[in-house]
Design a protein around this ligand. Sequence first.
Ligand code: ZN
Ligand code: ZN
Length: 409
Amino acid sequence: MDKLQKYVKLIVNVGVNVQLGQKLLINCPVDLAYFGRLAMQEAYDAGAADVLILWNDEISGRIHYLSAPDEAFGKEVEWIKARVKHLVDEGYCLLNVYATDPEILKGVDPVRIQKQQKVGQMMSKPLSDQVTASAIQWNLASVPTPSWARKVFPNAANDEEAIGLMWDAIYAACRVDDNSDPVENWTKHVNYLQEKANKLMELNFKSLHFTNSLGTDLVTELPEGHIWMACGEKAKTGNNYIANIPTEEVFTAPHREGVNGIVYSTKPLVYMGDVIDEFWVKFEKGKVVDYGAKKNPHLLKSLLELHKNADYLGEVALVPYNSPISQSGILWYNTLYDENASCHLAFGRGYSYTLGGTDGKTEDEMEAMGLNQSLTHEDFMVGSKCLSIVGTTNDGKEVSVFVNGDWAI
Ligand code: ZN
Ligand code: ZN
């Protein structure tokens, strides 16, 4: 079996873990039709009852943004809402093939993007609720496109060479090689991450203190009943799945009102088809009170203001500096990879499964429990080789969790 076939198998059978009789929706770029078809075949081989592919195309999306009249933006579309409802009612599992040109929307009027993203997120909320509540099995997988590969490997002689390099990097990061079974590799890796999550659960920290030489000095309180998650979640369907392949993170939610101090980004953040870079954010009682960025501060402003509670945190994730993705030294311009190369935080929504007792609770009730509620969830990277994290337990004991960017527990 070649590496591409192994990768598709890993995504469909371990990532989504499609079971006999389940239905699967694949969101796939038209330029990667071959990948969508391979995934469809694999899902039917696993016994899927129906596989639906929704093709998308960001180049026609760009034409639309640049050329459609103003009134084309920000409107709810009934048939899209009906489609989302159908997918939710029928219990479709979800595979998102994520391959985006990090600068596809450069130069587009940000007001148009904001309007469109806001309405898009509102229309797909019933499905994204399923995802954030782990109600369905889902996976987000990346596949190289020429624009992405050239951005990551600008010195490649041509598109073909860049894509080849990109695939090699993806296979290495996803533990896919010629000589071993990636499913076995993943079983081992999941167990390792689960051990770290279990230790953090035992320690049951009241807060974490992040410091590094860039100037980061941030304390995040953790709500009572917080749950540390590693990959290998169990969906409400009763089946395990792995939402992100690759994944190196162990994560939970901070208390939405318990974040204080300043944090510096350590990697560029791809947002709205452009890149925010070298930024810092200052928090008081959970809320962003000041910020700055060397590149595209206006995008950071829009990220923080677009949705309610986007200026509070919903995730704190620990990733060792020596993970294979981090060690590749590649700047991926792709959140799925970059977030697994670095400790990160997320603006916006916290995942309900990272806090105990949230089952059946309304959004207001979850917010009162300390879990931030927002339409957006945007990771940004804060890990570095010199990052130290010290946890404080409920009885005031201090424990080193990360020393020099790596696990200390
Ligand atoms: Zn994360
Ligand atoms: Zn996240």
